[in-house]
Design a protein around this ligand. Sequence first.
Ligand code: B3K
Ligand code: ZN
Length: 859
Amino acid sequence: PPVIRREDYTPFAWALPETRLAFDLGVEKTRVTSSLSVEPNPAAEPSPVLRLNGDGITAAQVTVDGAEISDWTMDGPDLLVPLSAGAHVVGIVTEIDPSANSQLMGLYASGGMLCTQCEAEGFRRITFFPDRPDVLSTYTVTMTGPKSLFPVLLSNGNQTGEGQNEDGTHWAEWHDPWPKPSYLFALVAGDLVANTDSFTTMSGREVDLAIYVRDGDLPRTDHAMRSLIKSMEWDEQVFGREYDLDVFNIVAVSDFNMGAMENKGLNVFNTKYVLADADTATDGDFDGVEGVIAHEYFHNWSGNRITCQDWFQLSLKEGFTVLRDQMFSQDMQGEAVKRIEDVRILRGVQFPEDSGPLAHPIRPDSFREISNFYTATIYNKGAEVIRMMRTMCGPEAFRKGTDLYFDRHDGEAATCEDFITAMEDGAGLDLTQFRLWYSQAGTPKVTVTMNYTDGEASLTVHQSVPATPGQAIKKPMPIPLKIALFDPATGTHRGEELLLCNQAEQRFTFDGFAQKPVLSVNRGFSAPVTIAREIEDHELVFLAANDDDAFARYEAMQDLVVRHLTAASSGGLSDEARDAARDAIGTAFGAIITDSALDDSMRGELMMLPSITYLAEQQEVADPSAIHQQREDLKAWLGVRFATELAALHDRVSQLEFSLEKASRGARKVKTQALVYLASGDPESGSKVAARQYDAADNMTDRQGALMVLAGLGTAARTDKLIDFHRRYADNELVVDKWFALQASSLHPKAIEHVKALAEHKDFTLRNPNRVRSLYMAFAANPHAFHAEDGEGYRLIADLIIALDPINPQTAARFVSPLGRWRRIEPKRAALMREQLERIAAVKTLSRDTFEQVSRSLG
Ligand code: B3K
Ligand code: ZN
């Protein structure tokens, strides 16, 4: 498959002011008749042919200005129509089989309904079209189909007509007045019911809201509706953005490759991000719904009104929209805890990506398959980069910058450069050097050392950006570091400072200290970098107890544990050194679980040990089983050392009534955290507490938490509760997904055997991405099982990739990156991982998606 390069961008030769689509709908056969009005694009080189992209489709008929033509040709998958200069109407008929579409790109069938997914290049599987984001057109869509099968017919924009036919079919016409690229097209036809509401916009326009689901799912849509309304309000208040159609529709679909899709006026969602009630969804699931609803809604401005010139600009809409949804969730749920969660995701997923074979800048320079670039780098690092702009200029100036961006580029297909320039002009930033964040991959490493003499503290900040594939040499970047210097005697500091570090090495001095201050650095995670600081354990204990920046407090606790586990798992830690480190960790941990000034949801964050992935990331070459072992040992030690306090904590929070309020949610978080340590310290009694928590649960958070702990134990309660859980929720596919995931991610020594057995379970299928992910993503993210010494975990994932690739290449390719980490794993396992990558590479019929990921990983 060819490489596509950013530098090769040229505008399309033709403009398409209007697009008419008529769908004659059937699950096995759908006929698509398009009518494209085209005219030469004055901004492009003229061309005597109109190139229309296709993928796996053939044209039954092609007309130009009403007359059938026969001199059209195919160039690979694309249709070429010769055209003289001037305006024309090109008509094309295609026939497709939605029921055979297992890739879930284009028009496909899911549980009897028909739906679409077009981003990035799915529209070309429906009809021939210039399927690129910079060709904007106004769409009018007519759908006709049997009313019994498809009582609901939806597309983008506003409904403009409907009617019955004598043969039992009916039809609907939808018109979207906003010109849009083809990737934002959507169609849904099915037997659905709706939760409806309405919203009055800031200028007083009434918008009808509807969330469409299968019949039985209606009671689980209230949280999604509330989230939508809150998102609409928030975007008006915080970004000044108003909604622009008379309707906003959301449809929930069970078979979906990702979370959701922001199609204009018709968002299509994975059921996982719509359906939630206390019995079937955890607090985390509730937050996921709120965050994804917000994300897709916010795309209406950052993505739809202003879209991307080409797919290299993907972070223009995704990075910005992730920042917007993070800010929204921070406002809804509390700033500190949400920030910690977002950083945990960044470090757990994006940092490893940035230090591995798939590293790429947030604005990539080339790709083979764009689906492979919907990554944590484009999304989450992209959000961090824009967040840094906001940190540097402050919220008011930032708003001026975004206002200018929306104003200047409304209705356009823009570039990251356009966004940067609008920020410079509107927010008053000079981003000349900052642009490097768009072009350089790799997580900067920052080292901070402090010299203290005669009342003066001087900080030396050194930065380097590691080499990444295709980028050997890097330049220093502007890194905004928030710091504070604490007086250890008083436990206070004299104000936060923002240091802008933009050279390889810099020195900052501060004076007037009676004794050596304690450094709190990268407060609020002001820059997406790794920090190495010279600091004593007792100073970290001090910060973990006293820092007034919640993130920094969390970070101090993490650092304390990371240092110890890194040393312990690389071997050669003396007994005295271990005791000293555990003592320090114990002091900090004890303070956290007993500090009555701390709210429980923050307590829950502070109690969490760093993940194995994050710990492995700290070492050039890691031994996952050594890290796992040391981490488990520490957990058990804490569980024993604090058995009384943890039991008391578990008791206290178990008294609280269920509600979705902050205090009650915090209590649930701490409840399962306490259980985790108790069970680790004493599996027998922990199992009893877990079984009690399971039985007493009146909500999924407590029930899943208890079952998660039980799934890792070898007790009888494990089997009992797993059977009970499946029986209780057998008809709820999202909860059955949890049942698979809990077993695949368990600490049980036989997790790998369990996964093999579950793959044969009657409820398992490769056709449903949620189910595949619930078993195999959970497994690939379970280090002790995935990294089994004999390589069985690697083989299992390779087998999956090979089996899934012909069915759903986009989802299959997502499983390559866990194997691609081989360079950072100890040599024996690394060889076994590589061997599996080579086995996949040897498959002749590999999809473009999987081929690209495997070859980069071997590279
Ligand atoms: N824009 C979509 C992602 C589409 C992924 C296509 N492979 C969802 C989102 O980011 O909001
Ligand atoms: Zn998005």
